[in-house]
Design a protein around this ligand. Structure first.
Ligand code: EPZ
Length: 488
């Protein structure tokens, strides 16, 4: 009964002594699912304890109100932005998702004080990067979350040097960071790559700070725009960035940076101007709602034929999603900060292409595919942003969907009832589409590797249960995540 670390062996031995005997009301399957048994079993077989699963019985319409959390993809760059000042930055409406925890570790490893709020303040984070002893992002952390590369720009701008692990490949595509590097070189950083790391230093021959410059992105990149934006705030002179990403998360980051004393104009458009300043100060900022989480729940309401009020979102960020859903016949009522989705009318097929904002987001493609499997007619879905973002399609086919992949196009013949099956999540949004499919499938679906989901959805099973879904999590009682392949 040898397991890897001595303390888990101790734990197993201890628990072995406390396992209760099964009672008549508890079947062997239920008994073996009990956490204590799993740990014992895992101890013997050495299997991975971190394989939480979701079990979903389909068929219930979703009824009631679900509240949307803060946006993961705004919170991550805003946390990185705190590295630009030695004063405290207070962020509110931070989602309780695993990528936030990874970012906390990343910043703490550099020497920043990061306080994740608890209790009533559990959606608040205070970060103070008074001193940064080690401006470095290790492979151990970057491999679990590729958005860790967002610290490259702030670190080189603030400290004059940075060492950041290259993120490596990802389930949805190659995802290089060459545009981040090219942009920082335009601002005067000297960049070398060695042993899987990017080293960036401000060229001492050209002064102690980055220098303002014109940067034109070869293609639109969200975190590339954010990385450069942060670096340019402390550069000497003006930076003009063109062909920028216009995502609301970029805008939200710019709002925080301006609150910290930066001089940014044009965020949210494809041309952003940044007048560099020598110092930034602390600030308090509320993160925008998560438009992808909102879109996911709107599709859940439509698919299940429910009456669901998706509250605390910003409908202005959902235009492309709502327009496409209207095309398929989904009925919604939009208010200032909520979207109500109603009724169980049949949906019509509609083709969809993923685009950069304000187009239809690639992060909603998988969820839209789940809806298309139940629409009348054939939908052609074209993925224009990532080269390998159809991993969910084969899992949906396992549930009875009719989907054919041709390069970057998925041909979805709708109207085929789904039946429950055991399926495997491969990335964050793919796992969301499997949850949606399971909500309408006949029987009990088991979704494996839901740690992907926990990276970007706050308490999704509690939220779904509260509006009538039959969903439960099975797994261990000590949720600890192994290093999942980096994705966001
Ligand atoms: C952001 O990733 C999001 N992540 C992604 O969300 C989202 O899918 C993506 O933008 C597109 O909207 C965060 O904000 C943390 P990109 P990012 O740079 O910035 C290529 C989720 O589910 N490219 O805009 O990494 C790249 O390969 C995640 O929450 C280069 O070639 O995406 C891709 O094909 C997944 N070189 C395209 O550009 C570069 O240097 C767009 O990528 C950078 C990008």
């Amino acid at each position: 009964m040898r397991s890897s670390s001595s303390d888990s062996l101790e734990l197993q031995t201890e628990l072995l002594l406390t396992i209760p005997r099964p009672t008549s009301s508890c079947s062997p399957l239920e008994y073996s699912q009990r956490p204590v048994c799993k740990i014992f079993i895992a101890g013997i077989s050495g299997t991975n304890l971190d394989m939480d699963k979701l079990v979903i019985r389909g068929g219930n319409p979703l009824l009631g109100t679900v509240r949307i959390s803060g946006a993961k993809n705004a919170a991550l760059p805003c946390m990185a932005a705190a590295l630009l000042t030695e004063e405290p930055v207070i962020l509110e409406n931070i989602p309780q998702v695993h990528d936030i925890e990874t970012t906390r570790k990343l910043l703490a490893a550099m020497g920043a004080e990061v306080e994740l709020g608890y209790g009533r303040a559990h959606h608040r984070t205070t970060i103070c990067a008074r001193t940064l002893a080690a401006p470095e992002a290790s492979y151990e952390l970057v491999k679990t979350m590729r958005a860790s590369t967002l610290v490259l720009g702030p670190l080189v701008a603030r400290c004059g040097h940075a060492r950041v692990s290259l993120p490596g490949g990802c389930a949805i595509g190659a995802r290089p960071i060459d545009l981040h590097i090219k942009g920082l070189e335009r601002l005067g950083a000297k960049i070398t790559q060695e042993h899987g790391y990017v080293e960036a230093v401000v060229d001492p021959l050209k002064g102690a700070r980055l220098r303002g410059a014109e940067v034109v992105f070869d293609r639109i990149t969200v975190t590339g725009t954010e990385d450069l934006l942060m670096a340019a705030t402390l550069a000497d002179g003006e930076t003009i960035m063109q062909n920028c990403a216009r995502e609301p998360e970029v805008n939200d980051l710019a709002a925080l940076l301006n609150a910290m004393g930066a001089k940014i104009q044009g965020a949210g458009t494809s041309t952003i101007r940044v007048k560099g300043v020598s110092k930034l100060h602390g600030a308090r900022h509320r993160i925008i709602p998560d438009r992808i989480e909102a879109g996911t729940f709107i599709v859940a309401g439509a698919l299940t034929g429910g009456d669901l009020n998706v509250a605390g979102c910003d409908p202005a960020h959902l235009t492309a999603i709502l327009q496409k859903l209207a095309e398929t016949g989904v009925k919604t009522a939009v208010k200032a900060d909520s979207v109500r989705v109603m009724g169980d009318q049949p949906h019509q097929a509609a083709d969809m292409n993923t685009e950069e904002y304000p187009g239809f987001p690639t992060d909603m493609q998988a969820q839209y595919m789940a809806l298309a499997t139940q629409a009348e007619g054939t939908s052609i879905i074209t993925e224009n942003i990532f080269e390998n973002r159809f991993m969910h399609a084969q899992e949906l086919v396992r549930m009875g969907a009719n989907i054919k992949i041709e390069g970057r196009r998925a041909i979805v013949r709708g109207g085929t009832p789904l039946s429950a099956a055991a399926v495997l999540a491969s990335d964050l949004r793919a796992s969301a589409s499997l949850v949606l499919a399971a909500l309408v499938a006949d029987g009990e679906t088991i979704i494996d590797r839901v740690y992907h989901l926990d990276r970007g959805y706050e308490h999704i099973e509690e939220k779904l249960k509260a509006v009538g879904a039959e969903i439960r999590r099975v797994g261990n009682i000590f949720p600890k995540r192994a290093a999942a392949p980096a994705q966001s």
